[in-house]
Design a protein around this ligand. Structure first.
Ligand SMILES: Cc1cc2nc3c(=O)[nH]c(=O)nc-3n(C[C@H](O)[C@H](O)[C@H](O)COP(=O)(O)OP(=O)(O)OC[C@H]3O[C@@H](n4cnc5c(N)ncnc54)[C@H](O)[C@@H]3O)c2cc1C
Length: 298
């Protein structure tokens, strides 16, 4: 079983990776697995499953990632947060990942349950920052570890310099790479990459990409980015809000242009949020020529 780092280092052309969330019930699980099977032949660099925000549905993450490790050819990466866990519980979850063959962990602090911007209260026997979780994962085995990065700064960071300092600290604590939160323009991501490089980190940073297929995915992108969208983006998409086909077509054009610019700047891997569906990601992978298994389309 390869690590994410090994997969990224082996790329001879730009690659892509895919993110899913854990299924809530059986019908959800069927949808998830259909999508996984539709994307598997495209040979993504890795696939990841998020860890239930605020403590929800964590068993779903653990079960699904274990099945990916045993039943597919994909390189699995489990997200893990410190929310509501003692160190002993975190050790147990990490041990479970190792036991089922998951060698890649995205180490996150997480947000307070209920209100992501509420006061962060650590578990009395738990951890305060992702940096500590990186150290714990490293200490427990031969894992490849990723961390989160924020093109506009984490919403709780006082300023971009502070944000960069803590990003570099968690990379130096033992992380191999970072995955960036959603953003609107290639330059926003490239500035993050430049800030980390200027602060002395050469760890790869992988941009997170949301296929903008519906007004909901646009709203989610705005929410997760933590930033105000540029007016050109709203001007292109908002007038199409009541025309699903036109919104989807234009949304995928916007994302294709963003990805093309990132690839032109030498970004080696694009990380797609799939929302547990394969269609839009397959379309983007095809348009961008990211998989030999899928002929590029116009
Ligand atoms: C790619 C990606 C995937 C994600 N996946 C999930 C998921 O699966 N489940 C989920 O619940 N959430 C997920 N999140 C959301 C994430 O948990 C939140 O954004 C959370 O608020 C921050 O997590 P972090 O790991 O960046 O925290 P940290 O790196 O700990 O940072 C949190 C805040 O503390 C500051 N800080 C960091 N270290 C220190 C320090 N030593 N001293 C003082 N201040 C410090 C930082 O600047 C920042 O403002 C994801 C986010 C991203 C970008």
């Amino acid at each position: 079983m390869c690590t994410v780092t090994e997969r990224l280092q082996a790329l001879t052309a730009p690659g892509f990776s895919i993110e899913f969330f854990p299924p809530r019930d059986e019908p959800d699980e069927a949808v998830l697995w259909r999508s996984i099977r539709q994307l598997e032949p495209l040979d993504p660099s890795y696939m990841s499953i998020t860890y239930g925000a605020g403590g929800s549905n964590r068993d779903g993450t653990i079960r699904s990632i274990a099945r990916v490790a045993t039943d597919t050819t994909l390189v699995p990466m489990a997200h893990l947060t410190a929310v509501g866990h003692s160190v002993a519980e975190l050790r147990q979850v990490i041990g479970h990942f190792a036991a089922v063959g998951v060698r890649n962990i995205l180490a996150l602090r997480g947000d307070p349950p209920g209100d992501p911007m509420g006061e962060w209260i650590a578990h009395p026997d738990g951890l305060n920052y992702a940096e500590e979780l990186v150290r714990l994962v490293r200490e427990l085995g031969d894992f490849c570890v990723g961390v989160a990065a924020f093109p506009y700064g984490h919403p709780r960071s006082a300023d971009l310099d502070t944000d960069t300092r803590y990003l570099v600290r968690k990379l130096r604590a033992g992380a191999d790479f970072a995955v960036a939160q959603l953003f609107f323009e290639a330059e926003d991501f490239l500035r993050l990459r430049d800030r980390a490089a200027a602060a002395g980190s050469d760890a790869p940073i992988i941009p997170g990409i949301m296929p903008l297929t519906t007004p909901r995915t646009l709203r989610k992108t705005i929410e997760l980015s933590g930033a105000t969208p540029p007016s050109w983006l709203l001007d292109r998409l908002e007038p199409l809000a009541d025309d699903p086909a036109a919104f989807r077509a234009e949304g995928l054009n916007v994302v294709t242009e963003l990805c093309e610019r990132l690839l032109a700047e030498g970004v080696p891997n694009l990380h797609f949020y799939t929302f547990n569906r394969a269609k839009a990601t397959r379309e983007l992978v095809s348009r961008l020529g990211l998989s030999p298994a899928l002929a590029p389309v116009a």
